[in-house]
Design a protein around this ligand. Structure first.
Ligand code: SAM
Ligand code: 2KA
Ligand code: SF4
Ligand code: MG
Length: 257
């Protein structure tokens, strides 16, 4: 996928009609969550309203790059992967873009199963078969010591924006959902428990522990080797589900995987 210009929270603007800033579009196996192992086409939009220090998609958040693609062209490229019937819309934060809804509607009309990978701060009405929600914990905040780019300039904005209980409750109520937490260590668990209690009291629908997934933080095999067992044991201790990062196990940190 060629990249040409920058996108932060701006809509795509140089193509007529419905369009999105696309950072990459590729065919792979779903590497995370309940559908792990499912052949899927990934559409990765650029631009995010948060700045996790560990973001594994740096060129959609900290230094966003994209090519603007019409929704029609995106759909055509999705369809070129003949064997896929699952599409994963991710980012960046895909739901910052109005035309994410247009894309999801067209994919749904064509019979695709749609997963949206979202940080859970934005709710939109769209045909989403699986809302894969990854609420961001305090351990994601880019403090000056952890900032991959600057000196903590994003920390306050990230902290203010990272949890929106109304958006989380609406996503859980409106869609088949999974809550997928990036876990850096045992200190994250009290916050997960308390956030889950808050979402459970906000949402009308029941959230079983089997829809709560713990995913080890790490963008490389070496980082996951160092963390996955501890996170797996936390999943057993708390009764939540563990999810691997299968694409990292298979392909390490290669792009378009
Ligand atoms: C790049 S994000 C894009 C979607 C959305 N912005 C979000 O954060 O959910 C895709 C997935 O990767 C996860 N992720 C990002 N960086 C990670 C890391 N260093 N280790 C583990 N998971 C990570 C996110 O939590 C999310 O589940
Ligand atoms: N294979 C693969 N599976 C994924 N599941 C969620 C991903 C994402 O970046 O949102 C992702 C990804 O980047 N690659
Ligand atoms: S919310 Fe998602 S895309 Fe945005 S910075 Fe965090 S991990 Fe990256
Ligand atoms: Mg990814």
């Amino acid at each position: 996928m060629p990249v040409s210009s920058t996108a932060d929270e701006q809509p795509a603007d140089d193509v007529d009609g419905a369009a999105l800033p696309v950072n990459e579009l590729f065919y792979s196996l779903q590497g995370e969550g309940k559908l792990t192992g499912t052949p899927s086409v990934f559409v990765r939009t650029s631009g995010c309203n948060l700045r996790c220090w560990f973001c594994d998609s740096y060129h959609t958040s900290w230094e966003p790059t994209h090519a603007t693609m019409s929704v029609d062209d995106i759909v055509e490229e999705v369809q070129s992967h003949d064997d896929a019937d699952h599409v994963v819309l991710t980012g960046g934060e895909p739901l910052i873009h109005d035309d994410a809804v247009t894309l999801l509607e067209q994919l749904d009309d064509l019979g695709y199963h749609t997963t949206v990978e979202t940080n859970g701060t934005i709710h939109r009405d769209a045909p989403i078969d699986l809302a894969s929600i990854s609420p961001k914990l305090a351990s994601s905040t880019p403090s000056p010591e952890k900032d991959p780019k600057g000196d903590g300039e994003w920390a306050d904005r990230h902290e203010e924006r990272r949890i929106d209980l109304d958006a989380l409750g609406a996503l859980v109520d409106d869609y088949n959902a999974q809550l997928k937490f990036v876990v850096t260590g045992p200190d994250d668990l009290p916050e997960i428990e308390s956030l889950l209690a808050d979402v459970r009291s906000t949402a009308a629908s029941r959230i079983p522990d089997s829809d709560v997934l713990l995913m080890p933080e790490g963008t490389t095999r070496d980082e996951l080797d160092a963390r996955r067992n501890e996170v797996a044991e936390l999943a057993m201790e708390y009764g939540y589900r563990y999810t691997p990062r299968l694409h990292v196990d298979l392909w390490n940190d290669a792009p378009e995987t």
